[in-house]
Write a protein that binds this ligand. Sequence first.
Ligand SMILES: NC(=O)c1ccc[n+]([C@@H]2O[C@H](COP(=O)([O-])OP(=O)(O)OC[C@H]3O[C@@H](n4cnc5c(N)ncnc54)[C@H](O)[C@@H]3O)[C@@H](O)[C@H]2O)c1
Length: 260
Amino acid sequence: MNYEQLFRLDNRTAVVIGAGSGIGQSVAKGLAAHGAFVVCADVKPELAEITAREIGEHAEVRAVDVTQTESVKALFQSVAAERGSVDIAVATPAINVRKQLLDYTDEDFDRVIAVNLKGTLAVLREAGQIMAAQGRGSIIVFSSIRSLVVEPGQGVYAATKSGMVQMVRALAAELGQKGVRVNAVAPGVVDTPLTRPIKDKPDWYNAYADRNALKRWASSDEMAGAVIFLASDAASYVTGTVLFVDGGWTAVDGRFTPPL
Ligand SMILES: NC(=O)c1ccc[n+]([C@@H]2O[C@H](COP(=O)([O-])OP(=O)(O)OC[C@H]3O[C@@H](n4cnc5c(N)ncnc54)[C@H](O)[C@@H]3O)[C@@H](O)[C@H]2O)c1
């Protein structure tokens, strides 16, 4: 065993969907730093372009919309055809409509489901088919602490984040014998454009910082290590699992520290 090579991703092709912003941007840079060629994909290719430019010659840009099956299929099939394989597939896109369930409209529900669940299924299916045929690969999608715990206004988002985990587990079971691993990362609170509205409200922002064991928010760069691990041979026996990167949010009750 060459332990020094455990996390290296040289000669592997990674597709990172959501590479134009936040966590996806950090993940793309992290995978490239460990040797992977990274296809930076996003519904906003002009943002993915910035990520790819920062990475340099080991990156390229593609447009993709995870809500459109044909778009996801075309992405994975073209990368496999041009580069010979898709070894790593990461997907970060998700949206949240924060509303109490009594106010949630069918249209709100359909919009969130289209990206978070149908989009995840498209990625799992299209990447999974190519990796099953190759006989190897690692798929990583982004769930959340909301797969386990909720707060008012997060019901449908939370349901999609749990639903993603069950699809990950099912695909891990279905593709394990083909050499394909499927896992989820579940972040806590991460400073990104998605959470900018919270940062703009200091009471809300500080309450979330106080809620976890580390008493702070994460940067998006702190999500990269989990993905590099799951993508690499260091995780060769890890599949069907959820890696919480939440500063202890789900470990600690968080409401009160009793006097001792
Ligand atoms: N930021 C947090 O605090 C936090 C916490 C828990 C979980 N998460 C999860 O992590 C993931 C990434 O979050 P983020 O904060 O980096 O989000 P973000 O909004 O900063 O980035 C998401 C990226 O996905 C792209 N995207 C959106 N819709 C798309 C579509 N239909 N097709 C292709 N690309 C699309 C966006 O253009 C953007 O570049 C999400 O799944 C989110 O639910 C984030």
